[in-house]
Write a protein that binds this ligand. Structure first.
Ligand code: ZN
Ligand code: ZN
Length: 281
């Protein structure tokens, strides 16, 4: 009898926490990787990968010179890739912002690395962030309808760009919950362009438990968005967006409930940018 292999993944993981005083040398060590690997083992997660923020790397300034990136871009992307490939058994990924108009430069940077997968994110609309109180878009006087519409249109363009394997935290715009103005009525009307782009592009959609740790207190994306993505044929990539070992596999019981409720029985896995679907373990 052939035993069926099942899998749990955590692909959107940062070895290096956000914030100051988190040097490259402290994050990319055998001991730190071991802490994450142990946490994954404890959570039953066999497929563990890392996806550091693109803005941490000097080479990212060839893509975008936002003042935040200029301040953050201190590391060498080749050293990161070499460390993960040569010193660990982790899958090698990157979390890459979608910067409209900079697709070619982004592609060049991605191709420099022999990645297992690329996690594509929308954090910024123009120079302003939807999920951060620095560069806060909610303080620019724009109304929530415009911000939500533009966020999902940009997410659609990210999916359509073909740059990414996984569409990260798909409704990140809700991150503040009631801490910022919300558009009135049913948010589903904003999802449409993104769901169409997901259908056309075939990109995998991330189910991220990170939202449970944020003011909104919900998984990304909302069940209605995920249902739409599944209807569009999207595979699911499950991740925690951990920035510490304690966050690896965080809230996976809640994620499993959501996936079960929508009949998801497979997860996307990635190796050298080839996707496979494996039974959800
Ligand atoms: Zn992100
Ligand atoms: Zn992240």
């Amino acid at each position: 009898m052939i035993e069926s292999v099942t899998v749990l993944t955590d692909y959107h993981v940062h070895l290096r926490p956000d914030g100051p005083n988190t040097p490259f040398e402290a994050a990319f060590t055998d001991a730190n990787v071991e802490r994450y690997r142990q946490a994954a083992d404890d959570a039953g997660i066999a497929e563990l990968g890392v996806s550091e923020h693109i803005h941490r790397f000097q080479q990212a300034l060839a893509v975008w010179e936002h003042s935040f990136w200029c301040e953050q871009a201190t590391d060498d992307i080749d050293a990161y890739c070499e460390f993960v490939r040569d010193r660990t058994d982790l899958r090698l990924g990157l979390e890459v912002d979608f910067v409209p108009g900079r697709e070619d430069r982004t592609q060049n940077l991605i191709e420099r690395c022999d990645l297992d997968y690329v996690v594509g994110s929308v954090h910024f609309l123009g120079d302003f962030a939807v999920d951060w109180d620095r560069y806060d878009i909610w303080e620019t006087g724009r109304n929530p309808e415009e911000i939500w519409r533009r966020y999902f249109e940009t997410l659609a363009a990210a999916a359509q760009s073909g740059l990414f394997d996984i569409l990260a935290h798909p409704d990140l715009v809700k991150m503040w919950g009631s801490g910022r103005p919300l558009p009135r009525g049913d948010p589903r009307r904003y999802y449409e362009p993104a769901l169409e782009a997901i259908a056309e592009s075939g990109i995998a959609v991330e189910v991220s438990t990170a939202g449970l740790r944020k003011p909104v207190g919900e998984i990304y994306p909302a069940p209605a968005f995920l249902a739409g993505a599944l209807e569009a044929g999207a595979p699911v990539a499950l991740s925690s967006d951990a920035h510490t070992p304690e966050q690896v596999g965080f809230g996976y019981d809640r994620a499993r409930e959501l996936l079960d409720s929508l009949g998801v029985s497979e997860l996307a896995t990635f190796e050298r940018r080839t996707r496979r679907l494996e039974p959800l373990g």
